[in-house]
Design a binder for this molecule. Structure first.
Ligand code: UD1
Length: 327
């Protein structure tokens, strides 16, 4: 079986990707520092503990496994944190990715799948966001991901590193079989925080801003089920293995949900109302981020089947009630 190096394979999206990779016949080799990931989430292939900033360790792992491709998830990704400490984001995300990309090229591994973000587009109200939209990030997280996209393009020109870049919109849901799920410490994401508030694990959810220029005043996001999201990565990997050109794809459904609408949907799924308070805006948050692109559907043959809000909350709620990882 072909090895695929999965950085961040112990994290939320990376662990779901490892499951999908194994189901598709690859051996996912997780490379993860466990700073934000969980050893218990590595269930589908070998585990190599390591930091992206450790170039020698990366070279050892490339030499040992000779992966056919890299799928690069490992990153810091919190909007609030990146506004407080941008250096952390430039060092870990940008310098770390440079190490990884150089190590991949040096070892002859020339297929690279990269998780980028809609945060690279920034705040562009009332604009349909497709892959050709200008990238004007308003937070250091988005800026760090845009820099890595640029890096990949330069390394393709100079060294032939072929890549697929996925710009994710907001990811939610969990493995319906309950083997892996979303678990962050500390938790900052809307859906798990909302579920915590629902079952009394924390006090009311604070809504970050109710004075945005949206119909109900709260931010609008485009939510994608994590299983649909990782399916696109398998298609992206095959795209590269088929020798197709490097390409950028948005991964979103085109449907926007405000924070209040997500809360309403979760009430409908769980029969419980989420207690909430109305708080101030969070620095770095965009008003509305919704994908306006069908490129992944048309070109990759992506077929997102679980990305209704109801299904995402149902799967997240099941995981929330039964699954978690040990420290
Ligand atoms: C951000 C990134 C996204 C990235 C994700 C990963 C942007 C624009 N988006 O998503 O690309 O994949 O981080 O971490 O940078 N909210 C509340 N109360 C809370 C928590 C969240 O009201 O306690 C609201 C936020 O203001 C936002 C929405 O819920 O409107 C979703 O927030 P969150 O789950 O943190 O994700 P993003 O910040 O949108």
């Amino acid at each position: 079986m072909s090895n695929v190096l999965v950085t961040g394979g112990a994290g939320y999206i990376g662990s779901h990707a490892c499951k999908a990779l194994r189901a598709a016949g690859y051996t996912p080799v997780t490379y993860d520092s466990l700073v934000t990931g969980w050893r218990d989430a590595v269930k589908f292939g070998p585990f190599e503990k390591g930091d992206l900033l450790d170039r020698a360790r990366l070279e050892t792992v490339f030499a040992q496994y000779e992966p056919v491709a890299v799928v690069h998830f490992a990153a810091l990704s919190l909007v609030g944190e990146c506004m407080q400490d941008p250096g952390l984001y430039w060092r870990n995300n940008v310098a770390g990715s440079l190490n990884l990309i150089e190590a991949a090229v040096a070892s002859g591994c020339m297929n690279f799948v990269f998780s980028s973000t809609c945060a690279t587009y920034g705040d562009q109200d009332n604009v349909v966001l497709d892959e050709n939209s200008p990238q004007q990030p308003i937070n250091a997280y988005g800026a760090s991901k845009r820099a890595i996209e640029d890096m990949l393009r330069d390394f393709e020109v100079a060294h032939g590193l072929r890549h697929v870049i996925f710009r994710y919109f907001n990811v939610a849901g969990a493995d319906p079989e309950g083997e892996v799920g979303e678990f962050h410490r500390p938790e900052t994401h809307l859906v798990p925080l909302m579920l915590d508030a629902l079952d009394g694990k924390r006090e009311a959810l604070a809504i970050f801003g109710t004075d945005y220029d949206t119909p109900d005043g709260t931010c609008i996001r485009d939510y994608v089920h994590v299983c649909d999201l990782v399916d696109a990565h398998i298609l992206g990997l095959k795209w590269l293995q088929d020798g197709k050109d490097s390409r950028v794809f948005n991964l979103g459904t085109g449907d926007g949900f405000s924070v209040l609408e997500v809360l309403e949907q979760s009430h409908a799924v769980t029969n419980r109302a989420v207690p909430y308070t109305e708080g101030p805006r969070r620095a770095g948050d965009c008003t509305k981020l919704v994908s306006g692109s069908q490129r992944a559907v048309k070109e990759l043959g992506w077929n997102p089947q679980r990305s209704t809000m109801k299904q995402m909350i149902t799967d997240a709620w099941r995981w929330h009630q039964s699954g978690h990882y040990e420290d």
